[in-house]
Design a binder for this molecule. Structure first.
Ligand code: ATP
Length: 245
């Protein structure tokens, strides 16, 4: 078999429940093992899977089971506390997409900044600038500061820029939820085109229809473990049997 584009090997992610993570007075004087600090918990552990180029994977599970965290691992924004993650190729992260945009800069400057950070040259951006703005349908707002756009408009421009990148791996979270129906469908068609072009997709959604539309394989996260890795239909059957019947 070809070398996988993504290899996740025995990965565990640990978070702290209380923001500052400070230990309380009693803890300071107890002899508790420092490795299990109070308030820490494993989002998941012992997660292993390989992904081949061109696979379309849906990540399924209840709220808070680590689906977004898994995408962030692949994006490299979250690092594993145990195990290894190998990603061979660039990633177009359509997750928290508006996060990288700068409020006080105009739409135009944000397009240059974001595309530039993802490795597009000034010339490439100039060539694709109109296409990016047209897709987002926000031509009247090119010189408006980003902070003055509506939340739907922010997502439109962010999706438009990031989906224009030539990265081989695409990560999609529920960011499109704030877009209106027409725009969401347009984004979905773009994702389909990217898949047809051989890219690899990770898709997190609570919408079964969307998962079946894009994905062939599913990963089911529950109770801190990867419970099932198989055809998307089997994964959805199992999830529905456990939680929706
Ligand atoms: N930076 C963080 N610090 C502390 N806890 C975190 C952090 N990020 C995520 N978590 C916790 O990790 C767990 C998994 O979160 P995650 O967002 O990955 O779940 P999810 O399956 O995507 O949920 P949803 O379906 O609600 O979007 C949750 O308990 C969440 O509170």
């Amino acid at each position: 078999m070809a070398t996988p584009v993504i290899r996740v090997d025995n990965v565990g992610i640990r978070f702290r429940r209380n923001r500052g993570g400070r230990r309380n007075f009693k803890d300071l004087f107890s002899n508790r093992d420092r490795r299990s600090r109070p308030g820490e918990f494993w989002a998941f552990r012992n997660v292993s899977f390989d992904v081949q180029a061109g696979e379309a994977i849906g990540v399924v599970g209840r709220n808070g089971q680590g689906k977004s965290t898994l995408l962030k691992l692949v994006a490299g924004v979250v690092l594993p506390d145990e195990g290894r993650v190998e990603v061979n190729g660039g990633v177009a992260p359509l997750i928290e997409i508006t996060g990288g945009f700068v409020n006080d800069l105009t739409v135009r400057d944000n397009v240059y900044l974001t595309a530039g950070l993802h490795g597009m040259t000034r010339h490439e951006i100039e060539d694709r600038f109109d296409e990016i703005i047209d897709f987002a349908e926000i031509g009247d707002f090119i010189d408006t500061p980003y902070k003055h756009l509506s939340s739907g408009m922010k997502v439109r421009i962010a999706f438009s820029v990031i989906s224009m990148l030539d990265e081989p791996i695409i990560l999609v979270d529920e960011v499109l939820a704030v877009g209106d129906r027409g725009f969401k469908e347009k984004c979905y068609r773009r994702i389909e085109e990217m898949l047809a072009g051989g890219r690899t997709l990770f898709f997190v959604s609570h919408n079964e229809k969307d998962l079946r539309r894009f994905c062939t394989r599913g990963l089911y996260l529950d109770k801190g473990k990867l419970q099932l890795d198989g055809p998307i239909a089997d994964v959805l059957d199992r999830y529905n049997a456990e939680y929706h019947r």
